[in-house]
Design a protein around this ligand. Structure first.
Ligand SMILES: Nc1ncnc2c1ncn2[C@@H]1O[C@H](COP(=O)(O)OP(=O)(O)O)[C@@H](O)[C@H]1O
Ligand SMILES: O=C(O)C1=C[C@@H](OP(=O)(O)O)[C@@H](O)[C@H](O)C1
Ligand SMILES: [Mg+2]
Length: 174
């Protein structure tokens, strides 16, 4: 969700692991030369989603990167299928009250520039939580510490996931 810490925690995780971090929104801004809010203004949400999907399709083919998506990436079933098929997908789950606290003074997210952003966050959370769970390999409570604390929790959760996955795919001596 917006404000969960994908951009902040993802960047820090990648730095600590010597991986390239690509943030979908930053990448779209770099490629278009304008802010996300301007893409929404000119092309509407539909135009933004189209650009986002094209970028996710391109980047899902990359290896050895940490990809920080926008929170709305899961709305498109094709994006969900792409993400499910690649890498390890983490859902940073943060309750709406905290998402609101983290985003309330930030005007960079057009979907929250409404008269009742708090209610908007709650309804988006209700709508999207099942979609995030559908795509995620790992669900991490994203409200359990500072960004660097979250990176350590992510490391532990990813190690655990890899061990479990390897145990399942190991072949037994015949
Ligand atoms: N674990 C955390 N604890 C406290 N604040 C955080 C945490 N993770 C992110 N933040 C803050 O919340 C805001 C939104 O983070 P951001 O990484 O942009 O979220 P997202 O990319 O998921 O929308 C930023 O101001 C960031 O510094
Ligand atoms: O949740 C969403 O629909 C959006 C989330 C934003 O990214 P963050 O999740 O990084 O804030 C950005 O892609 C756009 O404003 C739409
Ligand atoms: Mg972000």
């Amino acid at each position: 969700m917006m404000g969960a810490g994908k951009s902040t925690v993802g960047r820090e995780y990648a730095r600590r692991h010597g991986l390239e971090f690509i943030d979908c929104d930053h990448e779209l801004e770099a490629r278009t030369g304008v802010k996300i809010a301007t893409i929404f203004e000119i092309e509407g949400e539909a135009g933004f989603r189209k650009r986002e999907s094209q970028l996710v399709e391109e980047l899902a083919a990359r290896c050895d990167i940490v990809l920080g998506t926008g929170g709305g990436v899961v709305l498109n079933p094709d994006n969900r299928a792409l993400l499910r098929g690649r890498g390890i997908v983490v859902y940073l789950n943060v309750p709406p009250r905290v998402l609101w606290e983290r985003t309330r003074h930030d005007r960079s997210r057009p979907l929250l520039q409404v008269p009742n952003p708090r209610e908007r966050i709650e309804s988006l959370y209700r709508q999207r939580d099942p979609l995030y769970r559908e795509v995620a390999d790992i669900v991490v409570d994203g409200n359990r510490g500072s960004p660097s604390g979250m990176v350590r929790q992510l490391e532990a959760a990813i190690d655990k996931f890899r061990q479990k996955r390897n145990a399942h795919t190991e072949c037994r001596p015949g």
